[in-house]
Design a protein around this ligand. Structure first.
Ligand code: ATP
Ligand code: MG
Length: 357
């Protein structure tokens, strides 16, 4: 179980500390029910860290994150730090953590909860029962490939260059995360690329196929072009279980899948690194998909569900506390089903609550 594990909480800025406070309350409740065996540390990141330590993520915070078994992150940024130099902006706090911990697999569930079927952008019949996990490669691909930049050509005109590069190993390790997930879920994975027009896509399809045949014959693997996947997500989303994609395609498709589920305030995420060969530990950072929402910060009206569900993912993935994770997820659904809502998911005739309540 979670004995001797360490949780590092980094609430950050804006609504981050507000929604993190609700997780604290849940941990207190868990502790009353049956003693909590993991250790909790708290640190600064983003604007809060700039104010206190002069940098959005100090070396000491990186060291603590590396030593911890899991990091629960809130959100960073806000108008207060808009005038910071580009190299010292709050957002670099989480970017540095992702890089230092080697977090290459970003998991974004798109789960349509029954009580929120009407909050979706699609028709109730299309989205009822949707339960998708998008696995996005998050340290490689076109966001990092070289050469990149804006250069001036001999005729004086400029051109922008990005390069999509994937090695076999980069594809293989994120594919295994996807396959492992599919195995624990409904046994299906859809791998997306554009193998018809991109070389990195051809390699992606080949490597994922090889791993599937050799190591996961029990998982039903389907290859799909990314554009077709976008269309299918909007027309027949229930066909999907796990969707695996590159940094770019995973980014686009997870935002699209998120739109099926209703509010930004409901969406959790996890980013996982490699399993350390000596310690057996897998670095992982959990965070809500939403940002620091400066427009509502301090008003006590933020929806804490995304942060709470991120914590549930942490309990399941990093601490092996499946039962507690499921309990939290059920609790969220029950509260919403009972008609208690924050303003972002309000429907008429329901009781309005906030983080201050
Ligand atoms: P970032 O760049 O940090 O991702 P952003 O500009 O994309 O931030 P958010 O901070 O996520 O945006 O906020 C977008 C909108 O969604 C805002 O109007 C905000 O109030 C709302 N919002 C975000 N999170 C929540 C939440 N937990 N509860 C209620 N509303 C939210
Ligand atoms: Mg955003």
């Amino acid at each position: 179980m979670a004995a001797n594990k360490t949780l590092l909480m980094l609430p950050g800025d804006g609504i981050g500390p507000e929604v993190m406070r609700e997780v604290r309350r849940i941990i207190e409740w868990m502790d009353r029910r049956r003693s909590v065996t993991f250790r909790i540390e708290e640190g600064l990141v983003g604007g809060a860290a700039i104010d206190a330590e002069g940098t959005p993520c100090s070396d000491a915070t990186v060291a603590r994150a590396k030593a911890a078994d899991a990091v629960l992150f809130g959100s960073v940024g806000g108008p207060k730090w808009d005038s910071q130099p580009f190299e010292n902006r709050p957002e670099l706090g989480v970017l540095r953590l992702r890089k230092e911990l080697g977090l290459f697999a970003n998991l974004r569930p798109a789960l349509v909860l029954n009580p929120l079927v009407d909050a979706s952008s699609l028709k109730p019949d299309v989205v009822r029962g949707v339960d998708i996990m998008v696995v996005r490669e998050s340290t490689g691909g076109i966001y990092f490939g070289e050469p990149r930049g804006i250069e001036t050509m001999p005729d004086g005109k400029r051109r922008g260059v990005d390069t999509e590069v994937y090695t076999e190993d980069e594809i293989a390790r994120v594919a295994r995360v996807g396959f492992d997930l599919a195995r624990k879920r409904r046994g299906k994975m859809t791998s997306v690329e554009k193998a018809n027009v991109m070389q990195s896509g051809r390699l992606w399809r080949a490597v994922v196929g090889e791993i599937g045949r050799a190591e996961y014959p029990d998982v039903q693997l389907e290859h799909m072009y990314a554009d077709n996947c976008a269309m299918q997500l909007c027309s027949r989303p229930k066909q999907f279980d796990v969707i695996l994609g590159s940094n770019l395609f995973g980014d686009l498709l997870s935002d699209l899948a998120a739109a099926l589920t209703g509010s930004l305030g409901m969406l959790p995420s996890a980013t996982l690194g490699a399993v350390d060969a000596t310690s057996g530990k897998r670095h992982a950072l959990y965070e809500p998909v939403h940002g620091s929402a400066p427009d509502i910060a301090g008003k006590g009206i933020a929806n804490p569900c995304a942060q709470i569900l991120s914590f549930a993912m942490l309990l399941r993935w990093s601490f092996g506390m499946e039962e507690d994770a499921a309990l939290l997820e059920t609790a969220v659904e029950k509260v919403l089903g009972g008609g208690l809502r924050t303003a972002d998911i309000m429907q008429t005739g329901m009781a309005r609550v906030g983080t201050g309540v």
